[in-house]
Design a protein around this ligand. Structure first.
Ligand SMILES: Nc1ncnc2c1ncn2[C@@H]1O[C@H](COP(=O)(O)OP(=O)(O)OP(=O)(O)O)[C@@H](O)[C@H]1O
Ligand SMILES: [Mg+2]
Length: 288
């Protein structure tokens, strides 16, 4: 029969494994049915429920993702139809239509165009992270430079980019999505001249993690919106002020999650923003 101390150590080991994410581990109950067994039984129940909930969640997530894919995919063609018909109406009736009618036609066409844009972005979003297939050691400096090279308005920015970087082993495609969206926002939501963007990494003592930041001197974000902005189609500004669809940060969050990590921010209105992304230094293969 195992001693009280050994059983207690085993209980702690089970808890440690659970905390590390192994939800299949269970405490071996004895026939003493004492307080250690009572705690072990509670922990086993909890682990069981947690595993069931996570399974249910991932099924729901998968369904939602498929739903978004089907909806966005199937909406494409009716929207294209509306666009085409409006264009034909314009060509055939250009001389006969009243100014008011032409204005309605303009509105119809721009709404259809915007619908197509949103549907296209939703489609891209729903497909993101399905197989982060291109896992390899990343030259961060090169990836950052390439991403900046593809951006509009990057030349007017004063970039401050860390020289030496760790080499995470992860998906370049997903990391590029994260960087591109954070950089675009840092340029867009910025009225300073010149816009200044700093990109660097931080060693927070955990060797298994790779943490980096994108800091801007832009308009800033009030703390009460720090959660909301990561939701799909959530924006804090009207399109007349800053153009956009509200997909960028949802994409950042989804990509960071797909890499096994997370994204947070420090910001106040009028004080610039710093977005922090933390991912495993070495891609672990599964979504959390
Ligand atoms: N660096 C930033 N500084 C200030 N506000 C920001 C910043 N990044 C995002 N925001 C705010 O968060 C909102 C959501 O950003 P997000 O990138 O998701 O969408 P978007 O920029 O509006 O559109 P999209 O990126 O899809 O073109 C933005 O509309 C803006 O109000
Ligand atoms: Mg954006």
């Amino acid at each position: 029969m195992l001693s009280h101390d050994t059983r207690f150590d085993r209980l702690l080991a089970v808890l440690e494994d659970l905390a590390a994410g192994d939800l299949d581990v269970r405490f071996q109950l004895s026939d003493r049915l004492d307080e250690i067994d009572a705690i072990g039984y509670g922990i086993n129940q909890m682990a069981e429920e947690l595993r069931d909930t996570i399974n249910a969640l991932s099924v729901a997530n998968e369904e939602l993702s498929q739903f978004a894919f089907i909806v966005s995919h199937d909406l494409k063609s009716p929207l294209r139809g509306i666009q085409n018909c409006a264009e034909m109406l314009r060509q055939e009736g250009e001389d006969n239509l009243l100014p008011e009618q032409l204005r309605y036609l303009d509105l119809l066409q721009s709404a259809a165009r915007r619908g197509q844009l949103l549907v296209g972005e939703l489609l891209e979003y729903s497909q993101l992270g399905i197989g982060a297939g291109d896992v390899k050691p990343i030259d961060m400096r090169a990836l950052i430079d390439e991403t900046i090279g593809d951006l509009d308005g990057a030349n007017d920015v004063e970039w401050e980019i860390q020289r030496r970087w760790p080499t995470p082993v992860t998906s370049a495609m997903l990391l590029r999505q994260v960087l591109a969206n954070l950089f675009t926002n840092a340029i867009t939501y910025n009225r300073s001249t010149p816009p200044r963007i700093a990109v660097g990494s931080k060693n927070n003592g955990d060797e298994s993690q790779f943490t980096f930041f994108v800091r801007d001197n832009g308009i800033g974000i009030a703390p009460q919106y720090h959660k909301k902005i990561f939701n799909l189609f959530q924006r804090l500004h009207h399109r007349s002020e800053f153009d956009g669809s509200g997909v960028g940060l949802a994409t950042v969050r989804k990509a960071a999650l797909a890499l096994g990590g997370s994204v947070t921010l420090d910001s106040n209105l009028g004080e610039g923003s710093t977005f922090w992304v933390s991912i495993p230094r070495s891609y672990q293969g599964a979504h959390r």
